[in-house]
Design a binder for this molecule. Structure first.
Ligand code: CP
Length: 334
């Protein structure tokens, strides 16, 4: 495996094999599998789970890792192309990335969307330019539109909880958050549930529709896998018979890049906080998923997070197992 970027680039057989390997490594640890191997981790955006789960994954497989982020005592990093560097930044990403990559056997990179131009972010061009600087196997640790490590962990979580693939009902719901957040998790989560063959409803208020290309990609995946994709702003209809509600906030696509209009729109939507009444006509055992971090009492009520519906901790632990499988495939002897 030379890269791990988008589940759409993997065959169903490859996804199934990665999930089986994640389960195997959980039950039968291989502490020598990546002995002597080094993973470079470049975080241009913040993280808790991705950072620590990759470090834990490498350690559990017998390898090592190092982390670079702008918050550390590194030189100021310039990312703009074609710039005369006579300002504060002393180092350009065009040298920093290949240098960091050269110290490892593979590299993970995280770089969130800029969130000023929707078309630009949907094209995920900046991430493509970053990995163009790398001549080693690489992992997308979240770009403008993709979060494949989260997606693989979520797929495993659905399997672990015996949520049916065909016939399983998955609601991806927008939720209130005071800030405009990226589209990577909702877009790639929608694709993942659709690719798994589930019947997916994107529950979102007007103005927060996911981009057309994202919906089309998911619809095509669902059709091929025996599932379906639809959109709704009707909570009661969307939650009917749901097995899973996956909550996430994201930027207004209608007012993308316009902080004031986005805030005006979202400030009307503070009641989009997942709480028990949302589950009234869902399945009795409907579960709550979220990629974390999550704001308690804002995105979801505390009683849901602390109650039996929530599987967010299991989901987060699966990040480590899913990534162990990816690293094993990418850097292991086989
Ligand atoms: N879910 C996720 O990627 O978490 P972090 O942002 O903490 O890495």
């Amino acid at each position: 495996m030379k890269s791990f970027h988008d589940l759409a680039e993997l065959t169903t057989e490859e996804i199934t094999e990665l999930l089986a390997l994640a389960n195997r490594l959980d039950k039968h640890p291989e502490p020598e599998a990546l002995r002597g191997k080094v993973l470079s981790l470049l975080f241009l955006s913040p993280s808790l789970r991705t950072l620590t789960s990759f470090q834990a994954a490498m350690t559990r497989l017998g390898g090592g890792s190092f982390v670079v982020s702008p918050e550390m005592s590194i030189h100021g990093l310039e990312t703009r192309p074609g710039i005369v560097m006579d300002g504060a930044a002393a180092e350009h990403i065009r040298e920093a990335v290949p240098v960091i990559a050269s110290y490892g056997d593979a590299i993970g990179i995280r770089a969130f969307a800029q969130r000023s131009d929707l078309e630009h972010d949907v094209a995920d061009q900046e991430f493509a330019e970053l990995v163009d600087l790398v001549d080693k196997p690489w992992i997308n640790m979240e770009s403008a539109m993709q979060h494949p490590c989260q997606n693989l962990a979520d797929w495993k979580t659905l399997d672990d909880y015996d949520v049916p693939a065909n016939g399983g009902k998955f609601v991806l719901s927008w939720a209130y958050h005071p800030k405009a957040l990226p589209l990577a998790v909702p877009s790639s989560t929608l694709y993942t549930a659709a690719r798994r063959g589930m019947d997916v409803t994107v529950l979102r208020p007007e103005g927060f529709e996911l981009p057309e290309s994202v919906m089309q990609k998911a619809s095509a995946a669902a059709e091929a896998a025996g599932g379906s994709v639809k959109e709704s702003d009707d909570r009661v209809e969307a939650m009917e018979g749901a097995h899973i509600i996956y909550a996430k906030s994201w930027s207004s696509t209608k007012h993308y890049g316009d902080k004031i209009k986005d805030k005006e729109a979202r400030d009307e939507l503070v009641d989009w906080c997942v709480d028990e009444p949302w589950f009234d006509n869902a399945r009795q055992d409907c579960r709550f998923m979220h990629c974390l971090p999550v704001r308690r009492g804002v995105v979801v009520a505390e009683n849901i997070l602390d109650g039996p519906r929530s599987i967010v901790i299991h989901e987060a632990r699966n990040r480590m197992l899913a990534q162990m499988a990816v690293l094993h495939r990418m850097m292991g002897a086989s």
